[in-house]
Design a protein around this ligand. Sequence first.
Ligand code: CP
Ligand code: NVA
Length: 303
Amino acid sequence: MDDFLAISECSVAELHELLAESSSLKAFYQSGRRDLCLAGKTLAMLFEKPSLRTRLSFQVAMTDLGGHPIYVKPEDIGGIGKREPVKDIARVLSRYVQGIMARTFEHQTVLDLARYADVPVINALTDWSHPCQAMADVLTIQEHFGRIEGIKIAFIGDGNNVARSLAFAAGKLNMKLVVASPHGYELDGATIRQANAFTPGCTEQSNDPFEAVKDADVIYTDTWVSMGQENEKAKRQKDFAGYAVDAKLVAAAPQHVKIMHCLPAYRGYEITDEVAESPASILFDQAENRLHFQRALLKRLMA
Ligand code: CP
Ligand code: NVA
C-alpha cells in the first residue's frame, strides 16, 4: 500500500489489517503507552477546505507517533495548482517530508499529487470521496455491533463523497448500504456498479427514506450542502425536505438502530437535535475513531 486515495483501490486484506491495527493502537494508547514509530518524520497537510476533525485528528495522530505535522493553507503557497503546478508541489514536498495528506475540491488534484510524489499521499476528503471517514465509521460499527459483515446502513440524504466511500466500504467489507435521496441527488450509477462488483447487491439507491430504514442497523446522514456547494444552499434545503433524520424516521427503524453522522451536523436540517442527542446516537464515537484510524493509517504508510 503506497497511498490511501480510495477504499475501492485497497484490497480486502489491507482494509481488515488497517481496522485491526486501529483497534490495537487504540487500546495501546488508551493504556497510556506510546508507539514512536514516526520519530523524525514529517507529514505535510494541504487543505483547500475547512476542517475540525480531519485536521486535528491527523495532527494529534502524527504527534502521538513521534512525528511532526505541518499544516499548509492554500493561500500560504499561492493556491494548490495556481502559483505552480500540482506536479511540482508534489515533487518539492517529496524532498522535504515523508508523507502528504490533502483535502481538495477536485479529486484529480489528489490523484496528481499521488502520481508525482515519491512519498505516500492520503486523501483527506475530495468532492468525490472521503475514505478516512468511511474507515473510521466501519471501526465504529465493529465496536458497537461486534461485527461488520451483514450490517445494513440506511444513508439518508445526498449521494455525496461520504455516501460514495461508504458504498465502496460496503462492497469491500460485505455490508449493505441503501442510499435514500431526493430525485436528482442520487449516488451515481458508476459508483453503485463498482460497489456491487465487489459484493453483488451490497449497494442500492432509493428515493424512500422510510423504506430504507425499515430493517437498518444504522441510519447515517450528512449535510445537504457540502463544502463548495454553498451557492446551492437555498435550493438544496428545499429539495431535501422530507429527508431529515428525525424522531419519526427513527421510529420506523428497528429498536436497536444506531444513528451516525460524519459531522459537522446542521441540526434542524439533515438531522434534528433530538435525534443527534438521543441514546442511539454514536456521532462522537465516530469522531473519536477518526484519530484511531488515522494513527493506524500513518503507521502503515510512513513507518
Ligand atoms: N467529518 C469530517 O471530515 O470533519 P471535518 O470536515 O471537520 O474534518
Ligand atoms: N459531505 C461533506 C462532508 C464533510 C465532512 C462535505 O464534503 O462538505
